[in-house]
Ligand binder design. Structure first.
Ligand SMILES: Nc1ncnc2c1ncn2[C@@H]1O[C@H](COP(=O)(O)OP(=O)(O)OP(=O)(O)O)[C@@H](O)[C@H]1O
Ligand SMILES: [Mg+2]
Length: 325
């Protein structure tokens, strides 16, 4: 399969949650996005902007409320001509094998009574029909790949730290060479030296297998280093999509600029004022009129409060949803 080939496409995908008192929360709002082979697409944005919900829809753990997700051009989840499309049976199993996710909170992934070794053997037995002996060898290899010794094989999840659990989750996710790897804050529980080793491992693995990565992170330096495409989300909507390398230099949306302005660096002058985004975010349960960011944007004009800006290309690979970009 050639590089850059589109593997997954989201077309106008939305997710709403019904809350109490007949309120509806828009977690993801009309998002269109493609994941390509060999390309790392990062999603950044503040807490609650819908990153994990988007990832869970791509892995088909969360049903889509509106719009459609395509896998190699086949509709696999969403609404089409008023019909609900959902993968089932063998096709769903195959999809789950090919699209792996590393979750934000590793502790929820493990069953407390299952040994780490059994957890690592499972995909080999379940998907590859390997014998227990072969699966055990593969599990030892998986441990080695994430810099953990064979003694971890017989441990239980509660005997491991959060960082070690995440290393195990990563080992299992990449074991069967998935086509798509979704990393939801996958490295935030790791200390910086292990984080560096794991990022190097993911990169090396990507060079070997050319998988597509959806990389969700609050760490903008990591995003800039690691991804070829950056998607900036605000209140469930995409406000900017751009080339990863140009991220810092070319960001045009006022929210992206604000996000970049709020990053701390060890080289900062300690007396420097801490940048705080002024104003209150609009409520995800209310009606959003105009631009999602207008009541926190220092450049907002009347049109921003009345008309929602659409994502428009401003150069190759760069789209911005701002009336004044
Ligand atoms: N099952 C659910 N029921 C109701 N609301 C939900 C549910 N899951 C998520 N939400 C809401 O949807 C919005 C998006 O949540 P999500 O977890 O996707 O955010 P996020 O961008 O991943 O945030 P973080 O950076 O903190 O992980 C939030 O307002 C959240 O409260
Ligand atoms: Mg999240």
């Amino acid at each position: 399969m050639e590089n850059n080939r589109e593997i997954i496409r989201l077309e106008n995908v939305s997710k709403t949650f019904d809350l109490r008192y007949h309120k509806t929360l828009r977690a993801v709002d009309n998002v269109s996005l493609s994941l390509h082979k060999g390309i790392c697409t990062a999603i950044v944005g503040e807490s609650g902007c819908g990153k994990s919900t988007l990832a869970r829809m791509v892995t088909l753990l969360e049903p889509v409320t509106d719009g459609m997700i395509y896998y190699k051009n086949e509709p696999i989840g969403g609404m089409q001509n008023g019909r609900n499309i959902a993968l089932r049976g063998e096709k769903l199993r195959e999809y789950r094998r090919n699209v792996q996710m590393i979750f934000q909170d590793p502790a929820n992934v493990f069953s407390p009574r299952m040994k780490i070794g059994t957890f690592l053997m499972e995909p080999w037995i379940h998907f590859e029909k390997k014998s227990k002996k072969e699966a055990r060898e593969m599990a030892y290899y998986s441990l080695k790949r994430v810099y953990l010794g064979e003694e971890y094989f017989d441990k239980y999840p509660h005997q491991l730290s959060g960082g070690e659990l995440q290393q195990i989750a990563i080992a299992r996710a990449i074991a069967l060479h998935p086509e798509v790897l979704i990393c939801d804050e996958a490295t935030s529980a790791l200390d910086v030296s292990i984080q560096q080793e794991i990022m190097a491992l993911l990169k090396e693995h990507q060079d070997e297998t050319n998988y597509a990565i959806l990389f969700i992170s609050h760490d903008l330096a990591l995003v800039e280093n690691f991804s070829q495409q950056v998607v900036v989300m605000y209140l469930g909507r995409i406000v900017e999509i751009m080339n990863g390398a140009a991220f810092r230099m070319h960001a045009r949306h006022p929210y992206t600029k604000a996000l970049l302005g709020s990053v701390f660096s060890i080289y900062d002058d300690p007396d420097k004022d801490i940048y705080v985004l002024e104003g209150e975010a609009q409520s995800p349960t209310g009606e959003i009129k105009g631009c999602v960011f207008c009541n926190r944007c220092s450049q907002a004009k009347d049109i921003c409060r009345q008309e929602a800006p659409v994502l428009k290309p401003i150069r190759t690979g760069h789209q911005v949803a701002c009336h004044f970009a």
